[in-house]
Design a protein around this ligand. Sequence first.
Ligand code: SF4
Ligand code: SF4
Length: 505
Amino acid sequence: MTALEELVKESEVKPVEKKLAGATANLAPDIDDDEIPLYAPRRKIYPQSVSGTFRRIKWSVLAITLGIYYLLPFVRWDRGPNAPDQAVLIDFPSRRFYFFFIELWPQEIYYLTGLLILAAIALFLMNALAGRIWCGYMCPQTVWTDLFFAIERFFEGDRREHMRSDAQKWTVKTWAFKAAKHFTWLMMAWWTGGAWVLYFADAPTLVKDLASGNAPFVAYLWIGILTLTTYTFAGHMREQVCMYMCPWPRIQAALTDEYALNVTYRYDRGEPRCSVKKAEQLHAQGKPAGDCVECLQCVHVCPTGIDIRDGSQLGCIQCGLCIDACDNIMSKLGRPTGLIAYDTDINIKRRLEGKQPFFKLVRMRTVLYAAIIAIAGGIMIYTLATRDSEGISVIHDRNPMYVRMSDGALRNGYTIRIVNKRLKSRDFIVAVDGLPSTLVDYVGLPPRADGRQLVTVGPDQTREVRVMVTDYATTPPAPSTTVLFRLIDIDSGEVAEMRDHFFGP
Ligand code: SF4
Ligand code: SF4
């Protein structure tokens, strides 16, 4: 029997049997709402493998994203002798975040906040253009679940084989394959947790320390936590994370509009559903017959086990696999593809009204989101490119607020913190503007051979110095005078400024 004949035969199976075999919805129309249970136990899903354009896109995205995640900690980036050479590193002990040529200090954490806001707006833009495209292709839950499905199929076979072996009495072979699957899942989960901790320390060194048992306890703890969560979420909970735990489907539903592309079943073309044979009979009688042959392939390949023909629903992660499945069927039957396709609600309505479909990607909301991304991204890039490589903060002594010297001059004490963000040692002086005649003296800092007092700050470091500012003016200052502290790099002339007060009687 050819594949097409098998398909035609399958399409003639009684609808009730098909519902039991896979469909989740399709509730009989006469069921009273009161009879629908509020809680339905989880039905194990056996997604069938499928080939096609969207499956290839998903494999490519999976390979790229997992490749980046697992290998990025080993990418080196030369920052000179005074900084780590790991391209992406979250260095908690030194309180630094390194991302290739960018180094962020704790006081610049707002850049990360900005990145999170940009990511959120990008998600909104994706949603306005193509619905839950993030969920279907790039979300870590989707990517790891896809990987775990592939491992499961490798050991336990595709949908039918797997369902059959689960339904039968388990043999030694069944147990062995299940054990091998869970072991491989655990290895992948462990590798996932292991890769995560490599972002927080020098990766090659940490790998050696982990292997020799000399890594910090917290590294083993995080690997354990992430191994467990990955194994549970991707191996066991799968679609339940998307349907019950993730807030994005609810938020997305509130953000979408009728022009957004979504995976859509074309009712106008598919209904009334009927087998190939029945369609031929109906056509012969001059009656209409839809293109959907009720083969349920779109349901069988769905990783969340839903029937897209029931309309847009929370469980649909917009992965497009049902499009591939249906296109394969349509091609085998010699009918046009696209019975399930990325389409918009407005086009469904237009087709039912006999109008031509149209797509409107440039809309007020897409333009607005794109503009926010461009403006916020531009501001972030500009401020990053022009940010100071030095910084100063000043804290006035609390007690005493001022001291009257024996010669009548007034003196105030300050603690000054100097930041050197360059990867080389730098010499600074501190000048104070705002008073007519001042002398700045650094406590405990001996003058150099040329008599100058310079504050040397090591590469990529901060240093605190105590500074005494004495005002020798003959006219007594106001009780509080605003003064400007200027930190000057004596080699480059670069300046950082900070305002504070000079107190008098
Ligand atoms: S929509 Fe396509 S894949 Fe789904 S049951 Fe109909 S013909 Fe089969
Ligand atoms: S209905 Fe289609 S697009 Fe939606 S999750 Fe299932 S296979 Fe993916």
